[in-house]
Structure formats: structure tokens, C-alpha cells
Ligand binder design. Structure first.
Ligand SMILES: Cc1cc2nc3c(=O)[nH]c(=O)nc-3n(C[C@H](O)[C@H](O)[C@H](O)COP(=O)(O)OP(=O)(O)OC[C@H]3O[C@@H](n4cnc5c(N)ncnc54)[C@H](O)[C@@H]3O)c2cc1C
Ligand code: SF4
Length: 523
């Protein structure tokens, strides 16, 4: 092995956490090394092919994990510069203020975070600016208070979605515009970087108009000469000093060789599953259960949300191109009839026949997949799953990832689905089929529920939780390992509970918060 090169900071992983942190640290002039196991996503037409992306899984990792029973898992996750933000739907939500408190759910308690919403609020505003979020405050009554407006106006609804929004409002609900990180300028379409296409959610953006961590954070960070990125650099292990109090060497597999790097501060941000796996792989005499794992929480409390895609079919087609603009949080904390949280209703990108083939639902009688996709409104429902210590990441004897997960807290999700079904039955009659359609809509409306399977690890979080008590958490409130003085974790691993909105903005905001802490520490 060649001599060990030393840096001020090493960041492992360039996704929502690592990429955002790199952006915050870059102007400091400190020597920063970014280690990323993936490469740049190639810019090619397949970026926007649903067949290549959804059916063939062209950009997914080919890694095979196992579930608790030893069955193969083909995880829907992506190893590239920018991490999963290259593929995300860019719905950039703040957690609700109450999500930071202990909340009683049907299935048990959602624990409090060691920081409050107010601690993270300034960083949410900064993250919304950095990721160019388009939205409108105060439409959603569950929205927490914000110190700044959204930097850009909301992405408008297309007519079918506007109609649905009006229907929901007529029923006394508070539909709102999804806060979105797309560089769309609707007032000046010729100059707009984003062309508002149908292949956004789940796809990389061919024209670099999605607010992802590569385009907005890693590439700008690399303009600073003090920042170095090594791609195809898989971090296999972290080695500590003899006392076990510091990470001394970061071991990297790159281009068939093993290399070692060192830094004053080492930040792990490899995604909640891979970060836990890395710490477990790094067990040594001083850390026999895995690095920073005296508490035995590393890998435990895996959460990924209770998610469903629900297609509401109707006789009328749904010609919407960019569907993911509308959401409802009216049932986030419960309802008149049900005192427990249910969750969040929004949309996935418009489904098409190829995408449906990848996870084919039962075909409705008289429909083809193509036809169904042309006539569906494609809802995305998220409810909170609770941190169960038995839902966990472990390693098998060969060092492969094993993900054990028993769904929990599902009752609220079932009730959320029922709520949506009832709401859809109350849509206004359509202009084409008139009253006939209205009557028929009830009968013809067909809901094909598809719970996202375990391999759908898009919202993975919670595996290296932060907290005040070193007995029950691996990280302190600054996301520093309780047991290692120069080790931090800034991906979605730190979550103490998962809330029921998409996680990425919270990961980004927290990375900026930890970034400020590191800048102060490095002074
Ligand atoms: C299809 C899809 C749609 C989504 N839509 C949304 C959405 O609309 N809104 C939202 O908020 N969230 C969404 N998400 C989730 C969001 O992308 C994640 O919450 C977010 O990216 C998590 O950030 P992270 O930093 O924890 O991990 P990641 O972004 O996954 O980054 C981890 C990085 O670490 C690298 N890495 C892993 N292991 C190693 C190793 N050993 N050595 C070196 N590098 C390593 C990986 O290659 C990757 O680049 C979506 C996810 C997917 C897959
Ligand atoms: S052009 Fe706009 S809508 Fe299309 S993938 Fe890029 S960001 Fe998404």
C-alpha cells in the first residue's frame, strides 16, 4: 500500500448528506477528500427511458442483499455521484414540527429527536435555497413555521391535477403544491432549464435541471482546488488508533487496488444501509460489535416508511405529463374519527406501460397495462413506520448486507387508503361523460394497491440513530459518534424517527447544520 495521504476532512458518499456537506465545507479552504463508490451517471438518452430505468433497472446497483430468511434482495438503490438524489422525485419537504417530539401512534411511540424543529429551521431554509425549491407556504396547515419564503413559485398543476385539487378543496380539505427541486421557470419557458417532462421521478435528469446533489453541490464544490473527488472508490473499512478513540485510516478499494487515506475528521454518508454496514465491517478489538457500536444500535431501527402506490382508474384519460405537483396532509396527524397519525398523500411521476410491467399489478378486467397507465391517477401514500430494534441491517459471513424487516404501524396506512378511496368517490362529474361518468366513476373507479416491497429502500433511515444517551444511540446531537472523537455520520442514518414525508430535505438541512459545527471545530 502506498503512503497514506492526509486530509482535513474525508467525506464518504456524495448523496443528499455527503454532497451537501461538501458544498458547505468547500469554501473553507480545508483539504477535503470525497470518496464515492459510484461514477458519474452517463448522460445518454436512456436517462429518460422508462424501459431502461424502470423495467431493466439499468442504473440500479447489481449488488445482491439478503432478507432475514436468506432470500435474495435486489435493492432499488443507486451508487453514483449525487447518490439517490440523481434519481429522486425531488419532493423536498420539511418534517413537521411535531415530528421532532414524541408522538403516540396506533402501533406505539415515535420517539423524540435530540434536537428541536427550531434547531434545524434555519438550515431547512438554507437547504431550500441551495436546492432551489419551488413551493408556496401556508397552503398546508401542517407546515411548520419558516423563516424565509420558498425561493421559487410553486410548480403549477396541469388541468387534471388542478381539477382534483379543486375537488379536494370543495370537500373541505387543504390540498397544496408539492415543494419541488426542479429548475423550472414557467414564466420564461424558453430559458427554463427544466422542460417539465414525464420522466423525472426515478430517472436522472438528462439536462441537469433536477436539483440533485451532484449538479448543485458536488460539481460546485469541485471548483474549489482544495476539494478532491475519487469516484469508483469503495470504502471497505475504517481503522482506528490503538485506543479506539479516532479513525486513523480509511481503507478504499479502487481500480483493483487497496488504498488508505487519513483525515482529522471522517464523515460517513454512504446511505443508511451502507453506512451501518461499513461501521459493522469495521469491528476491531476496541469496538468488537462494530465501530462506535457499544450501544448495539448500529444497524438497528431501520425504517423506510410504509409506502403504497395506488392507481385510481377512470373512464377519462389522465393526460398529465408532470403529475407530482399535488399533495394532502389533512390526515397526517389523524382525523375526527381516528386519533393516531395516518400519513401523507401525494403522487408518483406519471406511470406508463413499461413501468407497470416492472411491478405489474393485477390487470383490471378489460384493460391493458398501457391503457391503465393512460387513465390512472397515480398516488403515493406514505405513513410512518416505527423504529423497531429488530428491523435491522446485519452482515452475513461473507460480509454481504442482510436486511431484516417486519412492517409495523400499518393500521394508519390502511385507514389513509380508505380515506383516499372515499375522497375519489366524491369527485365532480367530468365534462366528457357528464352525469353518466359521475355515477359510473364510483363503480368504475378501480384502485390497485401495491405496497412497496422490502427491496424498495428509497426512504431508508434510522440505522445509526442520534440521541443524548450513549446507551441508546450511536451519535450525539451533532451527529458525532459517542465513542469516536473524529467520526461523524450525515446521511439518513441519524433519524430517530421517520415522520411521514420524504426524507431528503431533512438529510440536506442536517448536513448543513453539521457542516457549520465542523467549520467551528476546524477553526
Ligand atoms: C426513485 C427514488 C425517488 C425518491 N424520491 C424522493 C423524493 O421525491 N423526495 C425525497 O425527499 N426523497 C426521495 N428519495 C429518497 C432520497 O433520494 C434519499 O432520502 C436521499 O438520497 C438519502 O440521502 P443519503 O445521503 O442518506 O444517501 P444517498 O443519497 O443514497 O447517498 C449515499 C452515497 O454513498 C455512496 N456509497 C455507498 N456505500 C459506499 C461506500 N462503501 N464507499 C463509498 N461510497 C459509498 C453511494 O454510492 C451514494 O452516492 C427517493 C429515492 C429514490 C431511490
Ligand atoms: S427536465 Fe425537469 S421534469 Fe424533466 S427530468 Fe429534468 S428536472 Fe425533471
Amino acid at each position: 500500500m502506498a503512503a497514506v495521504q492526509h486530509f482535513d476532512v474525508i467525506v464518504i458518499g456524495t448523496g443528499a448528506g455527503g454532497g451537501t456537506l461538501a458544498h458547505r465545507l468547500a469554501p473553507s479552504g480545508r483539504r477535503i477528500l470525497l470518496l464515492e463508490r459510484g461514477d458519474y451517471v452517463p448522460r445518454e438518452k436512456d436517462n429518460w427511458s422508462t424501459k431502461a430505468v424502470n423495467l431493466e433497472g439499468k442504473y440500479n446497483t447489481k449488488e445482491v442483499w439478503r432478507d432475514a430468511e436468506g432470500r435474495e434482495l435486489h435493492p432499488h438503490t443507486n451508487y453514483w455521484v449525487g447518490g439517490n438524489t440523481k434519481f429522486y422525485g425531488a419532493a423536498l419537504f420539511r418534517l413537521r414540527r411535531e415530528d421532532f417530539w414524541e408522538i403516540k401512534h396506533w402501533g406505539g411511540l415515535s420517539p423524540a429527536w435530540p434536537i428541536s424543529y427550531e434547531d434545524l429551521e434555519p438550515y431547512y431554509s438554507q437547504a431550500e435555497h441551495l436546492y432551489q425549491v419551488h413551493g408556496r407556504r401556508e397552503e398546508d396547515p401542517t407546515d411548520p413555521p419558516a423563516s424565509a419564503p420558498y425561493p421559487h413559485p410553486p410548480v403549477s398543476h396541469e388541468p387534471r391535477i388542478q381539477q382534483l385539487s379543486d375537488d379536494f378543496a370543495r370537500l373541505g380539505l387543504k390540498p397544496f403544491h408539492v415543494p419541488l427541486g426542479v429548475m423550472l421557470d414557467e414564466r420564461n419557458p424558453r430559458a427554463s432549464r427544466c422542460i417539465r417532462c414525464e420522466t423525472c421521478d426515478g430517472h436522472p435528469c438528462l439536462v441537469y435541471a433536477k436539483a440533485d446533489a451532484q449538479v448543485l453541490c458536488v460539481d460546485p464544490a469541485l471548483e474549489h482546488s482544495n476539494v478532491t473527488l475519487l469516484t469508483r472508490a469503495y470504502v471497505s473499512r475504517l481503522e482506528t488508533s490503538p485506543s479506539g478513540r479516532d479513525v486513523q485510516r480509511v481503507i478504499v478499494e479502487r481500480e483493483g487496488a487497496t488504498e488508505a487515506y487519513s483525515a482529522d475528521i471522517v464523515v460517513v454518508s454512504a446511505g443508511a444501509i451502507n453506512s451501518a454496514a461499513l461501521l459493522l465491517r469495521s469491528a476491531n478489538d476496541k469496538h468488537p460489535q462494530g465501530l462506535a457500536n457499544g450501544s448495539d444500535v448500529v444497524g438497528r431501527h431501520y425504517m423506510g416508511h410504509v409506502n403504497s402506490v395506488l392507481m385510481a382508474l377512470s373512464k377519462c384519460p389522465n393526460p398529465t405529463v408532470f403529475q407530482k405537483t399535488l399533495a394532502l396532509n389533512d390526515f397526517y396527524f389523524g382525523s375526527k374519527e381516528w386519533e393516531f397519525p395516518m400519513g401523507h398523500i401525494s403522487f408518483v411521476g406519471k406511470l406508463d406501460g413499461d413501468t407497470l410491467k416492472a411491478g405489474a399489478p393485477a390487470i383490471a378486467p378489460g384493460w391493458t397495462l398501457e391503457l391503465m397507465a393512460k387513465h390512472s391517477l397515480d398516488f403515493w401514500l406514505t405513513s410512518e413506520d416505527l423504529p423497531d430494534p429488530n428491523n435491522r441491517v446485519t452482515l452475513d459471513r461473507a460480509g454481504n448486507i442482510v436486511l431484516s424487516y417486519q412492517p409495523n404501524n400499518e393500521e394508519g396506512h390502511g385507514r389513509l387508503i380508505e380515506k383516499l378511496k372515499n375522497l375519489m368517490k366524491q369527485q365532480t362529474k367530468c365534462r366528457v361523460h357528464g352525469h353518466e361518468c359521475h355515477e359510473g366513476l364510483f363503480a368504475r373507479s378501480l384502485y390497485l394497491g401495491q405496497r412497496i416491497p422490502l427491496a424498495g429502500v428509497a426512504h431508508q433511515n434510522g440505522t445509526i440513530r442520534f440521541g443524548r444517551d450513549p446507551k441508546t444511540s450511536a451519535l450525539d446531537a451533532n451527529c458525532k459518534a459517542h465513542e469516536v472523537d473524529n467520526l461523524y455520520v450525515v446521511d439518513a442514518s441519524f433519524f430517530a424517527s421517520s415522520g411521514a414525508v420524504n426524507p431528503a430535505l431533512t438529510v440536506m438541512a442536517n448536513a448543513l447544520r453539521v457542516g457549520d459545527h465542523l467549520l467551528a471545530r476546524l477553526k
